[in-house]
Design a protein around this ligand. Structure first.
Ligand code: GAL
Length: 390
């Protein structure tokens, strides 16, 4: 008995030590007595405000749906506001949510610098702020949940360099107001700059597309093609939207499928283009762990409980405690074993434009769509079992 007690005390100590070593966060330190979140421990359902920049890309629709889903599962009250790329609107929507008494804010900022004022306003009321996917700069952000963004840039560039070790490269970045676009470029340059310095590759253009606009990417790609007599060998596009824009320009020049193009997000049209051969790769970032970690952390912060944040990232003011998910590179060789196996998209969706006799042999479990609808997954498994028994 005594032995067991010593053991559990020891385990407790080790756990406490691990938590303190790996970084723990429990909400804003200043002005705790003010506002809604100020007094004692929170009772009743937690009110979460989710301020989003956009729903333009498919992934953000998924983020919204999964945050809503998990908030419901844990019994939180959720208010989602979408600013559609307008900073003034995003600030106002966040202010309104604070006025309405949210206990915690999750913010996917349009502009990482401007959103600092949202953090300041929230903290004046003792409301903690989670920076979602994109980092809010120069502010006392309580927690950052995202993927390993610089690593994504490195993965895109390494993939391109492994497949096209020589030639002319075009880099198409995302919104310069989004810290992710800058981190991606940093990661890409970590890999590509040494190759350019060796003279293996030449970076002939490296623009950033305002607000990640596909039309801007298309225009930049057309300019690069014209300036280089169509002699472009690889396009490192920072996300799927900009990749699709670049592919449109390549199509007009009859070069689609002949030039390597990278992407990011594993959105459906991108995955379709990968199996059709006009996009070469994308980065798959499962959204469920991201959305769920944000809601779970929001609850903890609202209850002033510690959140285990194993990573950190400097935002120009502080080292922000962070929870960063692992990205995965996807091309046509591992599409079935990643995106499809996880149920992110179904086999039928991804191969919709490919003749059926060219579809990969897939089992029922990799045709499911688990992340969004477990019911369909269970149903197709049942169906498969039934036909097997017959
Ligand atoms: C980035 C995000 C990407 C992509 C892009 C455009 O911040 O990490 O996944 O969606 O914005 O919205």
């Amino acid at each position: 008995m005594r032995h067991a007690k010593t053991l559990s005390a020891g385990a407790g100590l080790v756990a406490a030590l691990l938590i303190s070593l790996s970084g723990c966060v429990s909400g804003p330190q200043q002005n705790q007595s003010a506002g809604n979140n100020g007094g004692g421990a929170k009772t009743g359902p937690v009110k979460i405000g989710f301020s989003m920049d956009t729903l333009k890309e498919e992934r953000w629709q998924r983020d919204k749906q999964l945050v809503e889903q998990h908030a419901k599962e844990v019994g939180a009250i959720l208010d989602v506001q979408v600013a559609n790329g307008d900073d003034a609107v995003q600030t106002k929507q966040a202010d309104n949510m604070l006025t309405q008494g949210v206990d915690v804010l999750i913010v996917a900022p349009h502009n990482g610098e401007i959103a600092a004022s949202i953090v300041e306003a929230a903290h004046r009321q003792g409301v903690p702020v989670i920076s979602y996917d994109r980092l809010i700069k120069n502010a006392d952000v309580d927690l950052y949940v995202s993927h390993q963004v610089e690593k994504i840039g490195e993965m895109q560039a390494r993939y391109a360099l492994d497949h096209v070790p020589h030639g002319n490269y075009v880099l198409i970045g995302g919104a310069p107001t989004d810290n992710n676009a800058l981190l991606l470029r940093k990661g890409q340059e970590n890999i590509l700059k040494p190759a350019a310095e060796r003279g293996d590759i030449k970076i002939v253009a490296n623009p950033f597309a305002k607000d990640w606009k596909m039309e801007e990417a298309l225009r930049y790609m057309e300019d690069a093609l014209t300036a280089n007599n169509n002699k472009i060998d690889a396009v490192v596009a920072s996300n799927d939207g900009t990749a699709v824009g670049a592919i449109s320009a390549l199509e007009r020049a009859q070069l689609a499928g002949k030039v390597l193009v990278t992407g990011q997000d594993a959105q459906l049209d991108a995955c379709q283009k990968i199996v059709e051969g006009t996009l070469t790769m994308t980065i798959y970032k499962p959204i469920k762990p991201l959305a769920y970690s944000a809601v779970d952390a929001a609850l903890k912060l609202a209850h002033k409980e510690p959140v285990n944040a194993p990573d950190k990232i400097n935002n120009g003011k502080i080292d922000v405690p962070a929870i960063l998910q692992e990205p995965q590179a996807v091309d046509k060789n591992n599409m079935v074993n990643t995106v499809i196996k996880d149920g992110y998209h179904t086999l039928e969706e991804v191969y919709a434009h490919v003749p059926k006799d060219q579809w990969p042999k897939a089992t029922a479990s990799n045709g499911r769509k688990a992340e969004v609808s477990p019911f369909i997954a269970a149903f197709s498994l049942l169906l498969a079992a039934f036909s097997w028994v017959r």
